[in-house]
Design a protein around this ligand. Structure first.
Ligand code: ADP
Ligand code: ZN
Ligand code: ZN
Length: 730
C-alpha cells in the first residue's frame, strides 16, 4: 500500500494529529504543508506517513500545498517537542508550531526559491547513472550535471524547465540534498588570544572536554567575575574544533545576549554564530533558525525558546545563569528551558554545562547527590577586583524616614559629594505580606502544611496558599504575648519622592518595567549611567544582572524582610541570588564597593552567607528546610489553574478536577481548591489546586490520565484553565 495518508500536526488546541491525503504530492516527514481546516487553510507539519486512517478515506481532505523546497524538520526535534508536550500537558501541535519562527507558521512560502543549492549526497555520489532509466532524460541530464558540481536553481533551470521533478525523484532516493545559500556571516577576523586558565578553570574545561559525545551534566559554580564565561569559550573551542559540531548556548535574557555574543565572536571568529530571541525581526529570526537547522551556524545563542531549535550536529549544550526564573515560560506550554535543555542533551548524548553563582536548589541538590558533576571556581579571575564590603543596617535600632535609614542616607550623601554613583535596590515583586511579631520574630505558620500564612487585610483573614487553610488574623503573638503584630513589607512607592526631597540636586533615575517599556529605554539609561549622567539609580531586579558600572560604589538594599519570611518557599532562594548579583554591581573597577542592607534581622543566616559570599553554606540550610517541609527538590508539584469572571465557575471546575484526582491516585497528594495568591487579575477570578508527589512518575501518570478528562469536560469549556508542571509561581 502506498503511504499516502499524512498525519499532520496543527496549531489547534486538540491533542492529536490530523489525517490528510497527500493528493499526489511527494511529501516527506517533517515538511510543512498547507491544509484545509474548518473554513480556513492552515499550516501544519507532517509527522508521519501512513497507509491507513481511522477515518473513512472518502472523508479525508487533501493537502493544498507542500513546501518541498525547505529542509524538513528533523524527527529528533519534534520528538523533543512531543516529550515536552506530554510532560507539560500541552497539545503537541500547538507546542510544535509555536516553536517555529513566525514566518513558518504562515501559509505563504517563507523564502524565495532562488536561495537553494543542490548537491549529491554520499549515496548519490555512489549511485550509477545507469540506474536511471534511459527514458528519464531530464533526470539523467540533471544527475550528470550534479556529478560535476553543486547547482543553483537557476543553473538547474537552464538544464531543463522540468528540473524540479527530477530533483524531487533524487531526493526521494536520498541522492540529493538541498542547502540554503545565506549570506550573513562576518568574514573571519583574527581571534583574540585566550588568557592562560587558572587551575580551577582548567579542571572545568578538561572535565567537560573529556565528556565529549556522552551525556554528562555539569554544574559550573562561581561568583560573578570568577571566569565562567572564559570557561564556556574554551570549552566551545575544544568541543567544536575538529568537527562540524554545533553548540547551543542558552541565556536568560535578551539584554544579555549582545554582550555574550560580542565576546564569543571576538574569541571564536571562525565559528559562525547566530542568536535567537524575541527582539529579532521576523526575517532575521527565520534566517538564523535556518542557519542552525542546516548546520551552518556553529554556535546558537538564544533565550528559552531557542532550546527547540533544530540543531543537527549538536555537540554541547550550555545554560548560563541556570537558576534564572526567566527560563520558565509562564503561559502556553509552561516549560522550563533548563530542564528541556537537560532532556535534549541526554537524547543527543552530549555534555551539558549549567553555570551560576547561585545555582537553583534543584541543581545544587543534584550536584550534591552526584547526579551532576560540580565544577567550582572559588575566586575572582582578575585579582585586583576585590569583593565588596557587605553590611547590614538594623532597622529596629536605626531611625528611618519613609523606609530609608540615616546610615544609608549618609552613605548616599558621601557618594554624591565624591561624584560617585549609588544604586538603591528594591525587591518587591510578588511577595505577599506575612504576619510577623517584631518582638520575638514569630511568624504566623500554617498548621496544616508548614507553609506561612498570607495576610489579607481587607477580609481580615490569614490564608495558606499552599493548602488552602484559612483563619482570622490573630491580634496577639501566641509565642510572646506581644500585641503589636503587623504585616511586613514597606510601601516603596514613596521612595523616589523621599529621595528627591532629600537630594534635590541629584539626578535620580528609576528603572522598572514602566520606565523601560520602550525598546531602547533600558539601553539609554545604561549609557547615561556610564556617562555619569545619573547619580542615583532606583531599581528592581532588572538592574541586578550583568551590567558593569565602574563608578558605582554603593548599593543600598531596601525592603528585603518580606522575602526572608515569604509564604513562597522559593523567595529566600531568589533573594539570596539577587543580593549576590546586586552586590556584584558595586566596586567592579579600582574603586572599592560597599553594600548596605536594611533589615530587622541582621543576624539572619542569609546575610551571614552573603557577607562571606558563601553560597554552599546557605544552600545547605535552605535544602534542610525544604527537606523538612517536603518542598521541591524533595517533592514534585503541579498546579491546575483556572480563571473566570465568576469564582463560582472556577470553583466548580476545580472541584471536578479535585474529585477526579483524588479518585485516581493515592501516590499524589491533591490539596483542596483555593484562590490564587493573586486572587483577581485583569477582572478574572483565579484559583488553583496543588498536587504534590514524591515521585515524578506518579505525578506524570496522574496528569496524563486527568488532562484528557479535563479537556473533554463541559465545565472546562466555560473558563480559562491550564496545567503548570513544576510551577515557579503560585
Ligand atoms: P564570569 O562569567 O564568571 O562573570 P568572566 O569569564 O567574565 O567571569 O571573567 C571575568 C573577567 O576575568 C573577564 O574580564 C575575563 O576576561 C577575565 N578572566 C577570566 N579568566 C581569566 C584568566 N584565566 N586569566 C585572566 N583573565 C581572566
Ligand atoms: Zn512574639
Ligand atoms: Zn497550609
Amino acid at each position: 500500500m502506498p503511504k499516502n495518508i499524512l498525519k499532520v500536526a496543527l496549531d489547534v488546541p486538540l491533542d492529536r494529529l490530523f489525517d490528510y491525503l497527500d493528493g499526489g504530492f511527494s511529501v516527506q516527514v517533517g515538511q510543512r504543508v498547507v491544509v484545509p481546516f474548518g473554513r480556513r487553510n492552515v499550516v501544519g507539519v507532517v509527522i508521519e506517513k501512513s497507509d491507513s486512517s481511522e477515518f473513512a478515506l472518502e472523508k479525508l481532505k487533501t493537502i493544498i500545498q507542500v513546501f518541498d523546497d525547505e529542509l524538513p524538520i528533523d524527527p529528533s526535534t519534534f520528538s523533543l517537542l512531543k516529550f515536552c508536550a506530554d510532560y507539560y500537558q500541552y497539545p503537541f501541535g500547538q507546542a510544535l508550531l509555536a516553536s517555529l519562527p513566525k514566518r513558518l507558521r504562515q501559509t505563504e512560502p517563507a523564502v524565495s526559491r532562488k536561495q537553494y543549492l543542490y548537491s549529491l549526497t554520499p549515496e548519490g555520489m555512489g549511485a550509477d547513472i545507469d540506474l536511471i532509466p534511459a527514458r528519464q532524460s531530464v533526470q539523467r541530464k540533471v544527475f550528470a550535471a550534479l556529478q560535476q558540481s553543486t547547482l543553483s536553481e537557476s543553473a538547474l533551470k537552464e538544464i531543463s524547465a522540468s528540473w524540479r521533478q527530477a530533483i524531487e525523484a533524487f531526493r526521494m532516493q536520498g541522492w540529493v540534498h538541498a542547502e540554503q545559500v545565506l549570506a550573513g556571516f562576518k568574514s573571519a577576523m583574527e581571534a583574540a588570544p585566550p588568557p592562560p586558565l587558572n587551575d580551577e578553570q582548567q579542571v572545568a574545561v578538561n572535565a567537560v572536554t573529556e565528556a565529549a559525545n556522552t551525556f554528562k551534566p555539569f554544574l559550573l559554580h562561581g561568583i560573578t567575575g570568577s571566569g565562567k564565561t572564559e570557561v564556556y569559550m574554551q570549552i566551545l573551542q575544544q568541543a567544536l574544533a575538529d568537527n562540524d559540531g554545533q553548540a547551543l548556548v542558552l541565556v536568560p535574557e535578551i539584554n544579555l545576549t549582545p554582550q555574550l555574543e560580542a565576546r564569543f565572536r571576538n574569541r571564536l571568529p571562525h565559528l559562525p554564530l547566530v542568536s535567537l530571541h524575541s527582539n529579532l525581526g521576523e526575517s532575521e529570526r527565520l534566517k538564523n533558525w535556518r542557519l542552525a537547522q542546516s548546520g551552518q551556524a556553529r554556535i546558537i545563542i538564544g533565550t528559552r525558546l531557542a532550546v527547540f531549535t533544530p540543531i543537527p550536529n549538536l555537540k554541547i549544550v550550555m545554560v548560563d545563569e541556570e537558576h534564572d526564573g526567566s527560563y520558565k515560560q509562564q503561559d502556553s506550554m509552561r516549560y522550563h528551558a533548563r530542564d528541556v535543555a537537560m532532556v535534549r542533551a541526554q537524547r543527543s548524548k552530549v555534555p551539558i554545562v549549567m553555570g551560576s553563582a547561585t545555582p537553583a536548589l534543584e541543581a545544587w541538590h543534584n550536584a550534591q547527590s552526584g547526579k551532576y558533576t560540580l565544577l567550582s571556581l572559588h575566586s575572582r579571575a582578575v585579582a585586583q577586583s576585590a569583593l565588596p564590603n557587605i553590611r547590614c543596617i538594623d532597622t529596629t535600632k536605626q531611625e528611618s524616614t519613609n523606609g530609608l535609614t540615616q546610615v544609608l542616607v549618609h552613605a548616599m550623601r558621601e557618594r554624591l559629594a565624591k561624584g560617585e554613583q549609588s544604586l538603591l535596590f528594591i525587591n518587591r515583586r510578588g511577595y505577599s505580606p506575612v504576619l510577623l511579631c517584631s518582638a520575638c520574630h514569630w511568624i504566623a505558620p500554617c498548621m496544616r502544611c508548614s507553609s506561612r500564612l498570607v495576610v489579607h487585610l481587607k477580609q481580615g483573614r490569614l490564608r495558606c496558599h499552599h493548602c488552602g487553610h484559612e483563619q482570622k488574623i490573630v491580634r496577639q503573638c501566641p509565642s510572646c504575648g506581644n500585641a503589636d503584630l503587623h504585616p511586613t513589607g514597606h510601601g516603596t512607592q514613596r521612595l523616589e519622592e523621599t529621595l528627591k526631597a532629600l537630594f534635590p540636586t541629584a539626578r535620580i533615575q528609576r528603572v522598572d518595567r514602566d520606565s523601560t517599556s520602550r525598546k531602547e529605554a533600558l539601553n539609554d539609561i545604561l549609557t547615561a549611567v556610564h556617562d555619569n549622567e545619573i547619580d542615583i539609580l532606583i531599581g528592581t531586579q532588572m538592574l541586578a544582572k550583568g551590567h558593569d558600572f565602574p563608578n558605582l560604589t554603593l548599593v543600598g538594599v531596601i525592603d528585603t524582610d518580606s522575602a526572608l519570611f515569604s509564604p513562597d518557599f522559593r523567595a529566600a532562594e531568589r533573594l539570596f541570588a539577587q543580593l549576590m548579583q546586586v552586590s556584584g554591581r558595586a566596586g567592579r573597577a579600582e574603586k572599592p564597593g560597599e553594600v548596605l542592607i536594611q533589615t530587622a534581622f541582621p543576624s539572619h543566616h542569609l546575610f551571614n552567607a552573603l557577607r562571606t559570599q558563601d553560597y554552599p553554606a546557605y544552600a545547605q540550610t535552605l535544602l534542610q528546610e525544604r527537606e523538612m517541609a517536603q518542598f521541591p527538590p524533595y517533592c514534585y508539584l503541579a498546579l491546575i489553574k483556572a480563571e473566570s469572571t465568576q469564582y463560582r465557575e472556577v470553583e466548580q471546575f476545580l472541584n471536578f478536577a479535585f474529585e477526579l484526582a483524588r479518585q485516581r491516585s493515592d501516590q499524589v497528594l491533591t490539596y483542596d481548591p483555593m484562590r490564587a495568591q493573586m486572587e483577581k487579575l485583569k477582572g478574572m477570578e483565579r484559583g488553583h489546586i496543588l498536587m504534590q508527589a514524591t515521585q515524578r512518575g506518579a505525578l506524570q501518570k496522574l496528569l496524563a490520565a486527568l488532562t484528557p478528562q479535563l479537556r473533554a469536560s463541559k465545565l472546562a469549556a466555560k473558563l480559562r484553565w491550564n496545567i503548570d508542571v513544576d510551577p515557579m509561581e503560585f
